[in-house]
Design a protein around this ligand. Structure first.
Ligand code: HEC
Ligand code: HEC
Length: 218
């Protein structure tokens, strides 16, 4: 009995040993099904990599961050600025469908999304100049964004923090502005407040242009 128990314990420890366990096939399949059947596709696009308008890309995002944001949007804790086209917060259309998801659905869809390949950067017209891109990178460095989001927005200090490289430029501008104005709420967003208040509109635009042009697949 004792031998069996220790074998079981060892077995369990063996399974848990690597910190990032690859999500199993069933979880991925269930996650994809949530994405395809619960309207996510309509707004966030194919595999979470081709969002419409100024909506966020989700492909390759940190799974823990995704779960947390889904919970915050479902509970109404995360709000943000109003879309002038609808008169409601940008996030409203999504908040309205979140009752379709269980906690397990949120975990599964996040596990699937984090495995998807991030899209190539959006093509901006006019294309930003080298000097404009460098200016954005410089401000990002000066303001200390690297501490939490990595040198080029694609590494994070904690799994709960988001990757920000390669997101849509207008989405980035809106989030940074909403956080500076303290309109985006919930989760760990307070960690952003002290830093982003030192950025003016031009700084935010420059950072967003630079981040939007970084390719996470490189
Ligand atoms: C009607 C359009 C719409 C639908 C449907 C929708 N979303 Fe969203 N989603 C948005 C918008 C818009 C935002 C960003 C809100 C903002 O800018 O404040 C968002 C934000 C998110 C975020 C936070 C991303 C980040 O980087 O912080 C996640 C995660 C997310 N959506 C996942 C999903 C999933 C999963 C589904 C399906 C269950 C879904 N969304 C359905 C429009 C939608
Ligand atoms: C102390 C850590 C920390 C620092 C420093 C920091 N951030 Fe963040 N950032 C976060 C966290 C945590 C979130 C997620 C907030 C939440 O839970 O909703 C975030 C969210 C964001 C988002 C929204 C991403 C999305 O998908 O919606 C952007 C954009 C962003 N940060 C840019 C920046 C920039 C630019 C700087 C420098 C001016 C910066 N951050 C500095 C911790 C930090």
């Amino acid at each position: 009995m004792r031998a069996l128990l220790s074998a079981l314990i060892l077995g369990a420890a063996g399974v848990l040993a690597p910190p990032a366990i690859a999500a199993d096939e069933d979880v991925l399949r269930a996650g994809k099904r949530v994405y395809m059947t619960k309207t996510c596709l309509a707004c966030h696009g194919r595999n979470g990599a081709k969002p419409i308008m100024s909506y966020p890309a989700l492909a390759g995002q940190n799974a823990k961050y995704l779960v947390q944001q889904l919970e915050l949007i479902k509970s109404g804790e995360r709000t943000g600025s109003v879309d002038p086209a609808t008169g409601h917060p940008f996030v409203q259309g999504m908040a309205d469908i979140m009752h379709l998801l269980t906690e397990e659905d949120m975990e599964n869809v996040s596990a699937w999304l984090t495995e998807q390949k991030p899209a190539a950067p959006e093509v901006l017209d006019p294309a930003p100049t080298e000097a404009e891109l460098k200016a954005g990178a410089k401000i990002y460095k000066r303001l200390g964004c690297r501490t939490c989001h990595g040198k080029t927005g694609d590494k994070t200090q904690k799994d709960l923090y988001p990757f920000i490289a390669g997101l849509d430029r207008d989405y980035l501008v809106r989030q940074m502005t909403d956080m500076r104005e303290k309109i985006r709420t919930g989760g760990k967003v307070k960690l952003m407040f002290g830093v982003i208040k030192r950025a003016d509109d031009e700084d935010i635009a420059a950072i967003a242009t630079w981040l939007s042009q970084l390719d996470r697949n490189e």
